[in-house]
Structure formats: C-alpha cells, structure tokens
Ligand binder design. Sequence first.
Ligand SMILES: [Zn+2]
Length: 255
Amino acid sequence: MLSRSLAVPAQQLRVAFLAALGMAATVGALDGVSALGAWIVEPPAAVTTHQEAAAPPAPELEAPEPPPPAFVFDAPLPGRVIDSPFGLRQLPWEENGRLHQGVDIAAPAGASVKVSADGVIKRTGVSPTYGRFVEVMHKEGMTTLYAHLKAPARGVKKGAYVRRGTTVAFVGNSGRSTGSHLHFEIRKGDKPLNPAFFIGRSFAEAEDMPIRAAGRVSKKVRLAVVSKWPDGVKGAPVARTKSGRVRARIAVSEG
Ligand SMILES: [Zn+2]
C-alpha cells in the first residue's frame, strides 16, 4: 500500500510543482521563481539556529585580572574611632574658629601608628603645635601626617620606604595637645583633605580619589570639648553673634 502511494508519475509531480508556484506568485508570498530558488539554496533560519545550538559551546574568554588599585588608605590606628573630625573648630580658649586640618583619634600613649598608604618618609621633626611628627609622601603629590607622637618608630628617617601598615610611630601627647591622641592629616599638595573620605578606602586610579569633595570645608563651626586645657593657656572670651554663632576667622590650626 505504501509503495503504491509513493509511486506517483513524473508528469503529475511537475504539475503539482507548477501549481504551487502559481499559487505562491498569486498570493505574493514569493517573488516568482528566483525567490523560490533562493529559498531552496539558503536553509531556513530555524535550521541555522538549530545547528548553532547543537555546536559545542565556545570556550569562555578568560577575563584578565583587574589591576590592583593604585591607592589604598588604611586607618592609622585600626579599630579606633575619630573623635574630633576635620573642619572648622573652636577650642574653648580660642577667640575664633579655625580649620582643624585633620582628624583626632584617641588612643593610649605608646599605641602603634601604622602608615596609611605605601610611601616614602618625607620628614620627621618637632613643632610647638604638632609636637613630634612624621610626614610621609605618597603618589600623585599626596602626603599623610602623624602628629602629637611619643616618638617615631626605629628606622623611620627621611627617604625610607614604608609599606602600608608599617608601624612608623607611637601615640603620644606632645605639642599642643589635650590628651594622648593621634592627629592625622591627608593632603594633596598643600591642600588639607578630610581623611574620613580616604580611611578604609581604595581607588583604582588617581582620578577616582574624591579630592574636591574631601577638600570642602563646612561653614559650621564646632565648639570643641576638651578634657583639660593645655598648660599656660588662659581663657579668652568667646566672640559670638546674637544668633549664637561663633564669629570665626578662618585660620590654620595645627594639632
Ligand atoms: Zn587634631
């Protein structure tokens, strides 16, 4: 039965093909013989997709390792909090508010101060206000400063290379200080930046550092609370406007 149904005479097949062609041309689905020919030569899209799906998956391109961040800043006293922020601050014995150019981190005397980022020791010294200090140079004109120290660590001398996390000094109470703490600064050139924008953060490239935001100083003046006044400092009347605002002349404050 099957063999009989397949045995269609050649004449009948030709007629069926021409009839189909005529119908296709009538409905406008195909542009005559050439379009039909093209359809026959090019396999339908569905077949192509199927072949692609069956092909073995292309090996995944190996993503290149991202380069290490250019800048990494750690806390100089890990685990300790900033208890006096960057910004305008008025000390109780001062007449005017002044810019606190860094942050104060309370810690017991002798605690190890870690250098915040890889760098080279720029200088070590003693100042009436900063007390004993260590200044470190980093890439792109960045510097960090560690002040009111008890002492610099052994081997910390101008030109020495220090890796991030290396102990460069010990916490003290030298200079104009009202208790054992670290005064920590970050600068770009001469411009003091808010260290809170950098501590515990890393930046892929120099342009990623928030230099502009970190350099902004709020107009708000904070009245500092201190446990004791430094020796030899006498109280001065605090100049306030009627609204209670501190009349502040912006000046530089070390310490
Ligand atoms: Zn300070």
